[in-house]
Design a binder for this molecule. Structure first.
Ligand code: SIN
Length: 295
């Protein structure tokens, strides 16, 4: 099997063809995928007809799979699969999480061991909207002014799961408790909160494979800088987010059905751009692979 690799943007991303992900992946092929992935950070595998089990099996090549700590929105028979959909039942209730990922983030950065990578498979793709963007956190770090690099050296930040605890965001005033169901605004239960205490990570982490430095902060989960006054820390974080979200760092992806995307959460952040018109369906299934403690 020969892999074909085509770069997708100056920032990150490559398309990989010449592989059928419904088949087990052999040692050499897997090694090649890892090399290409470490170089491009995000891989797009188009036209993959894979079952839920095959999605899980392929994901296991990258490490131990996680069950989303939110405890909801996972498939009953395959709890390793997070179900992201705007589909509703006959009563008009959302079947699962409709707006997951709609603020820049790195998956599960609020855990002591954040996700190493994620594998998102497109089941239903709308005609309009529903794109996703990724930012390259190596580049974001490399492009910081020298003084800012010096300032953040050794600094740490708090990451929190519950959006209601994040002082940066507030639900739209028109949103009722009922509207919050199936949304990122849904209140986390005491059990989920106990499972996801706040964690502290370095603001700059070193990738355990490439040894490159990457920024490791995101708008969704990073709430405070340790040892700084709240307003001073927020000012610093907002400045860093601006470097992260510089258009030159970003790859914008328009989905096609049956694409599987694999990305590295150690050196990228991503955003579900939304904008899906009412009545159009968007359904994705995602696995995440447990990573190590950031250093
Ligand atoms: C995610 O945040 O992992 C999901 C992104 C998307 O649905 O586009």
């Amino acid at each position: 099997m020969t892999l074909n690799v085509r770069k997708r943007s100056g920032a990150l991303g490559a398309t990989v063809t010449g592989i059928d992900l419904s088949e087990p992946v052999s040692g050499d092929l897997l090694k090649k995928i890892m090399e290409v992935w470490n170089e491009h950070l995000l891989l797009v595998f188009p036209d993959q007809k894979i079952s839920k089990k095959e999605h899980i099996d392929f994901s296991r090549n990258f490490g131990e799979l996680e069950v989303h700590p939110g405890g909801k929105h996972v498939l009953k028979d395959y709890p390793e699969l997070l179900w992201l959909t705007n589909e509703k039942d006959a009563e008009g209730n959302y079947l699962s999480l409709r707006d997951g990922g709609s603020i820049w983030h790195s998956d599960l950065s609020y855990m002591a061991c954040p996700s190493r990578c994620s594998l998102l498979y497109a089941i239903d793709v709308p005609d309009d909207g529903g794109d996703t963007e990724w930012a390259n956190m190596y580049l974001a770090y490399d492009n910081l002014p020298k003084e800012l690099k010096k300032l953040i050296e050794g600094l740490k930040a708090v990451h929190q799961f519950d959006l209601a605890d994040n002082p940066r965001f507030h639900p739209p005033s028109s949103m009722t408790e009922e509207d919050k169901k199936g949304s990122i605004w849904e209140k986390k239960s005491a059990e989920v909160k106990a499972r996801t205490p706040d964690v502290i990570h370095p603001i700059v982490r070193t990738h355990d494979v490439t040894n490159r430095k990457a920024l490791f902060v995101n708008r969704r989960f990073t709430t405070h800088v340790v040892g700084m006054e709240e307003s001073e820390g927020e000012e610093l974080l907002l400045e860093l987010f601006n470097y992260v979200e510089n258009p030159e760092n970003i790859y914008h992806h328009c989905w096609s059905k049956d694409q599987l995307l694999l990305w590295d959460n150690r050196c990228t952040v991503h955003l579900a751009c939304g904008g899906v018109p009412e009545g159009q369906l968007r359904t994705m299934l995602r696995t995440t692979v447990r990573g190590g403690v950031p250093f």
